[in-house]
Structure formats: C-alpha cells, structure tokens
Design a binder for this molecule. Structure first.
Ligand code: AMP
Ligand code: GLY
Length: 433
C-alpha cells in the first residue's frame, strides 16, 4: 500500500523511514520532505504544502493512511479536511489540536479537569500582567517565573524569567501588538500571555497514541531544549533526545497515565471533543516523583521521534491502521531494549537566523545501530545543503546511554557542514543517575 507523511523535518524522516520497513508498504510519500526523504529507497517527496492539494493527491494516489507530523497543519484543520473527504488520517481535529495551539485553552482545560500543572493566570492587558508579577514577587519572591505567549511559536514563545526585570520585559514584547518579535501566531488575532509558577524538577516527554477510545503509550524520552551544553543558552525546538527516560520510573509512568493522560482524554470527551492522534505531555517530575504537565502537544516530538522510532520493533503501518480503526486496544507495542540517542546538528545562526546553503558532506550510509535523520536539508546537484535550523539528527542505539551516546558522536564527527552547532552532552542527566 501507499502511505503519506506530512511535514519536512527530522520527525517526518524518522516516521517515513520506519513506515518504509513495513513489508506491506510499497511507497511512502512525504509532503514536502527534505533531502533525506528524497534519497531513501521507497520514499518519494511530493512538493505540496497546500492542504487541499495534499488531500487531492492522497485521493488520486489512493493513499491508504496519512500521518501528520507538525502542529501547523493540525491546528489548520487538515485532519478535518481529510475526514470530510473520507480519507484515512491519523491526527487530532482542529478542535482537539487546541490543546497545543493555545496555551490559554490548555491551561483552562487542565484547571477544569484537575490535571496537575503549574498555577497560572492569563492576561491580555499588559498593566494587569505587570501587576500580577509584582504581586507574585511580594508573595513568593517573584522569580523565577514563566511567561508564555499564547499561540504557536515553534518552541520559542516561552521565557523562564530568572529576574523580575526579565519577566516585565517578556510581558512587554509578548503583548505589544506592533512588536511581535517572536513570530507567534496569535489566536483570534489577540495577543495573550500565560504567566505561571516555575516548576522544579526533571523534564520528560510522554507520548501516547489515541484512537478516540483507547490509549497506547510509546517509549518515554527526554529532550534537550537549550542550545548549549549544561542547558545554557536560548530555548530551541530541541537539540537532542534519548529513549527511554529513566526519570519515568514504573511508578511515575502509572501516575502519568492515571493523573494526566486518561483524565485528558476523558476531559476532552466530556467537553465534546474526541481526541485522536498522538498526545504528547511535556512533564516536569519533581523530586518526590510527582509529574506535572508543562505543556501538551498533539503530535510526536522532534527530535524525540528519532530515537523512539529507532527503538520501535512493531510495524508502524499496522499500528496506524488500528489507530484509525479504533482498535488500538488490540495493540501491544514491542521495543528494542537498547537505548537510542539522537544528537541534533543545527545550522550556523540557529535558533534566530539559521544560515542556508551550506553543503552537507560525508553523510554515512544507514547502519543497523546508527541512522542520520535529515531535517533542514534540501537536495542540490552536488548533494544536500542546509535549508533550515535543525539540519540533522544523528541517532544511534547502544546497550547503555553512554554507549548509545558514544556511537552517535562517533558518527556525528564524520559529518561536515560549515558552522554546524551541536551539544556535546546529550544524555547527561541519564548518565549522571
Ligand atoms: P513549553 O513550550 O511550554 O514546553 O516551554 C518550553 C520550556 O520552558 C519547557 O520545556 C521547560 O523547560 C520550560 N518551562 C515551561 N514552563 C515551565 C514551568 N512552569 N516551570 C519550569 N520550566 C518551565
Ligand atoms: N522536542 C519538543 C517538541 O517537539 O515539542
């Protein structure tokens, strides 16, 4: 059969790579894809980004199932469009995608359904927001405090303010209409901020698949959001990830399912929204093992997908069929017991002004224990060139975090493009345990 992956990042390369391993799959179309998906056997890039054109293509090619990678098309209603045409697609509807596309919606939802998260207030008025920060300063010292722009912002709409002036400054640039430095897509054209309590602990990515009734959890993982080693520098879309995340002990796992995942699916249903697709809870787990939700995403994580797909032994195409038939309860996922670890190589200037057009050379062939997933790359006559912020994710398997890490960096050191930036410490929290 033919399947379709929508998106052009490392996540989509990993999903397409995994789907291509299914003996039932003849072609994986990737719309629009990148240089990596252009080069892989069985994968075919389709130069389409318009939702209607993509649906027309899926219909004409008799695509058996479509999977949507990024949040943009989900928030834009691509699943609703496919369903209206009777096309099989795995993802949340536009209404369900609000869990990610609006922080204000997600926070109000969690409060209403008693899902553990940081205490918060939402503001549209800058002077009220400033006053709230000042009140918090009197009550609890004020900083650190977290200021979030409402609306999709590619991971860049959050400021963890370590001082009060920084908090006030963040409010100003998030709420001033003519100075939207972040490129946040405001909901209903209205700039809004969520101000929330700073949570201490260790983060983990907890991703499940939902068919509208049943839930299957994927292997756990941990992302590295900051640009530089030791979690310094600006927030990014994610500079590396590994799976499994040892911070998610069996006890924490059970709590997350019981206190966060099931109440979220049930809460959405109660509010009249059936949740289908990947549900990704970004967790903060405190020293006592209590998980709280930092954010919801309604898709797979990038770069978490890369190590997760390397560990998945089950046939992803079969799983997607169950997920879109409402029979996920019949699925038991099988995982490689090894650790998978992916290191992102980003372009010069990432995250603010990534440079394009640098030649990417010495890419190795896939090995059984190491695969280079491509993201911001475009095919050129001489080979791939950089075309976006995160360029590659070098992903390897190993019997321990340290061995997976060693293998990933060994492969990474052979690859070259000018100005490449990468962290040297992916996996450090697990190694320190
Ligand atoms: P978000 O886009 O909401 O996931 O936020 C991006 C990053 O900011 C998270 O991955 C955390 O590292 C950090 N962050 C967000 N909210 C909080 C919070 N309430 N307490 C501590 N850190 C936070
Ligand atoms: N890596 C974080 C995310 O995909 O949102």
């Amino acid at each position: 059969m033919k399947v379709l992956v929508i998106g052009n990042g490392g996540r989509e390369h990993a999903l397409a790579w995994k789907l291509a391993q299914s003996p039932k799959v003849q072609t994986v179309f990737v719309a629009p894809g990148n240089a990596g998906t252009a080069a892989d056997p069985k994968l075919t890039n389709v130069a389409l980004t318009d939702y209607v054109a993509i649906a027309d293509f899926a219909q004409a090619e008799k695509v058996a199932v479509t999977i949507v990678g990024p949040e943009g098309p989900l928030a834009g209603g691509i699943v609703d469009l496919f369903r209206a045409r009777g096309l099989r697609v795995f993802g949340p509807t536009q209404a369900a995608a609000q869990l990610e596309s609006s922080k204000a919606f997600a926070k109000a939802f969690m409060q209403r359904h008693k899902i553990p998260t940081a205490a918060f207030e939402t503001f549209t008025d800058a002077s009220a927001a400033h006053a709230y920060v000042d009140e918090e300063a009197v009550k609890s010292g004020g900083a650190p405090i977290v200021i979030k722009a409402d609306g999709l912002a590619a991971g860049k709409g959050v400021v963890v303010a370590t001082s009060l002036p920084q908090a006030h400054e963040a409010i100003d640039w998030m709420l001033s209409a003519d100075d939207n430095k972040l490129g946040v897509q405001h909901n209903a054209g209205l700039a809004r901020v969520v101000i929330e309590q700073f949570l201490e602990g260790e983060e983990a990515s907890f991703i499940v698949m939902c068919d509208g009734r049943s839930v299957v959890s994927l292997a756990t993982s941990q992302d590295h959001k900051r640009l530089l080693d030791d979690d310094e520098g600006p927030n990014t879309g994610g500079m590396g990830a590994y799976s499994p995340a040892p911070v998610v002990t069996p006890n924490v796992h059970a709590k997350v399912m019981h206190e966060i995942i099931h109440p979220t699916i049930a809460g959405m249903a109660k509010d009249g929204i059936v949740f289908t697709g990947f549900l990704y809870a970004g967790l903060m787990i405190d020293a006592s093992g209590q998980p709280r939700t930092v954010e919801f995403n309604c898709r797979m994580g990038d770069p978490e997908t890369q190590p997760i797909m390397m560990r998945l032994k089950s046939d992803l195409c079969d799983v997607l069929m169950h997920a879109t038939d409402g029979t996920l309860d019949a699925v038991e996922l099988e995982w490689d017991r090894r650790v998978a670890l992916g290191v992102v190589m980003a372009a010069s200037g990432y995250p603010l002004t990534p440079r394009k057009g640098d030649a990417v050379t010495n890419l190795p062939a896939d090995a059984p224990d190491a695969v280079v997933f491509q993201a911001g790359t475009a095919p050129a006559e001489t080979g791939p060139v950089t075309s976006g912020g995160r360029v590659l994710c070098v992903t390897a398997l190993g019997d321990s975090v340290r061995l997976a890490q060693q293998r990933a960096y060994e492969v990474l050191r052979g690859i070259h493009f000018d100005g490449a930036q990468y962290r040297r410490d992916i996996g450090h929290r697990a190694i320190k345990r």
